[in-house]
Every structure is written in C-alpha cells, then in structure tokens.
Design a binder for this molecule. Sequence first.
Ligand SMILES: NC(=O)c1ccc[n+]([C@@H]2O[C@H](COP(=O)([O-])OP(=O)(O)OC[C@H]3O[C@@H](n4cnc5c(N)ncnc54)[C@H](OP(=O)(O)O)[C@@H]3O)[C@@H](O)[C@H]2O)c1
Length: 307
Amino acid sequence: MKAAYFLQHGGPEVLRYGEVPDPVAGPGEALIDVHAASVNGADWKVRSGKSASITAFPHVPGRDFSGVISALAAGVTDLRVGDAVFGVCDAGREGAYAQKLAIRAAIVARKPDALSHVECAAVALVGLTALVSIEDTLELTSGETILIQGGAGGVAGFAVQLAKHIGARVITTARAANHAYLRSLGADQIIDYETQDFTQVVSGCDAVFDTVGGDVAARSLVVLRPGGRAAFIASRGVPLPSVRPDVALLRPNVARDRKHLERVVALVTGGAVRVPEITLYDLSQAAAAHAVSEARHLRGKLVFKLR
Ligand SMILES: NC(=O)c1ccc[n+]([C@@H]2O[C@H](COP(=O)([O-])OP(=O)(O)OC[C@H]3O[C@@H](n4cnc5c(N)ncnc54)[C@H](OP(=O)(O)O)[C@@H]3O)[C@@H](O)[C@H]2O)c1
C-alpha cells in the first residue's frame, strides 16, 4: 500500500511517500480502506522524536481517520465489511497516513451520512480531546467562565464551541488574524496575545483549558479564582506548575472509545459544533503539511484526502 512514513526521526523532510507493507488485522480488529486522515499537533512531535522514540521503521504516523471497512477479524459482530467508519487509533498506536489501517473495531464509530470522510477525519481526535477535557475533566457548567488558550487551533476551536454550547462564557487567545474566525465560533472575548498580556486583562475564571503549553500554560494559573480548575494537554512530560495550591491542576486522559466519538457526531450533526476550517493535502505532501503544523499558527485542520 501507499503511505507517508519516516525511517528516522528528524524535520519534516524525513517524511517520504511510497510503498510500505499492508497492515494485518489482529484479533478484534477491523481493516480500513482509509479515505481521509488528519494532521494533529502530536504528529510532528512524534516525527521529530520530541514526544516518543520510535524504534520500528518504517513508521507510518497519523492518529485519526475516516474510511470504509474492508475486512473484519473473527469475533467482531457489530460492524460489517462495507461500513463507513471513523475513529482514533489506540494510545501508542499510529498508522493513519496510509491507504489501509488496522484498528480495534470496538473503538471506531459509524460515519454519519451528513458528514464527509474529510469532515469526520478532521473532528475525530480534536473532538475527542475537547470533549474529554471540557466535559469529563473540567466538568464545565453553564454560567461559568473559561479561558481557552490557543483558540484557533484544532482542539481549541472545538472546545470554544463546546464550552459555548454548555452555556459558559468563553475567553480565548489568538493572533489578530484569527479573531473573526473565533468570533464566528462564538467566543465572547478574544485576546490578541501579541499585543496584550492575558494576565493583565483576565481574572476570576472558573476554568482554564491550555492547548499551547510552555510559559503560556504556567502563566495561565494567574487568571483562576480560588478553587478553579485548569486542564493541560500541550505539556506532556513537563511537570505541572505548582504556584497555585488553591486550584486543581488536571491532565485529561483522552481515552479512545465509540461512545465519545458518537457524542462528537451528535454535537456536529446537531449544529452545536461546526467542522473546523479544513485545508486539504495529498498524502504525498505530508512533509509540507507537517511544516505548516509545526509552525504552530495553523487555523483549523489539515486533512489528507486519499480517495
Ligand atoms: N493530551 C492529548 O491527548 C492531546 C490530544 C490532542 C492534542 N494534544 C496537544 O494539544 C496541543 C494542541 O493541539 P492542536 O492539534 O489543537 O494544535 P494546532 O491545531 O496546531 O494549534 C496551534 C494553534 O496554537 C495557537 N497558538 C500558538 N502559539 C500561541 C500562543 N502563544 N498563544 C495562543 N495561541 C497560540 C495558534 O494560533 P495563532 O495563529 O492565533 O497563534 C494555532 O491556531 C498540541 O500540543 C498537541 O500535541 C494533546
């Protein structure tokens, strides 16, 4: 099969496009003909070696996809060959930048007719992450105020809309070029982090959701009221800041399961969350897509359309 892959860690240029061995569906798995796969912030961190050290090459990156089941292992009874499904690979597994993918059948969900394969691939991991962070981890409720750092990104764009749907007041940070986009997603207050220090203009928040990491994550605690909650997804492996013993510091555990993907579908098809701005790439352009993602100023999502 054709795939985008790398043979060693490094910059975007280590990504190649060509033939790799087909995956084989193990017990309980489905084999998928991938129609679309998306680029996530984690992909370039894995490729560069920053967040994971890969030892088996060629390595095919990619965590979320949408496609059609071409084969099922024995024992899978709730899905059929020919079903259109989408999903997110189990934690620690990748391989969606490819024409075929083997994945545990229990963690894929049916693709609704109302959404294209490209749209399902675009919302899978970001939707799952936003849901687990905003609903399950921060337990955001109506009337609360949340600061979402990095609003124009994939996860944060979903989170802004979800928080508004819950009934919260949403403050977010972005460059000026992304303010109209964030207003269209429903954000109540948008801070241009290039000209304004958010710690000077925001205070008393009930919750913070940080998708940026580094210094931004650490300084975000300043805006919380006593008893507030903060969730961090961009600083894996970095100790959480400890300057506010009076607030809860949380790391969302983004489990892969069908139930959450079905909720992502319900939010999107029900109109509460719209699909992000999508830029399409050919799989042979994976290096170019990674260069854009790694520059950290992407708005919405990059998606590989394979079929
Ligand atoms: N723990 C998990 O399970 C999990 C799951 C998914 C993602 N993640 C992590 O979450 C992070 C976000 O992922 P993503 O896919 O949503 O990333 P993304 O789409 O690449 O988001 C990048 C966004 O960050 C914004 N940004 C950059 N610097 C900023 C700053 N100083 N202040 C405010 N905004 C800033 C950019 O907007 P501007 O152009 O406006 O700067 C851009 O829109 C990544 O680190 C990823 O690895 C973790």
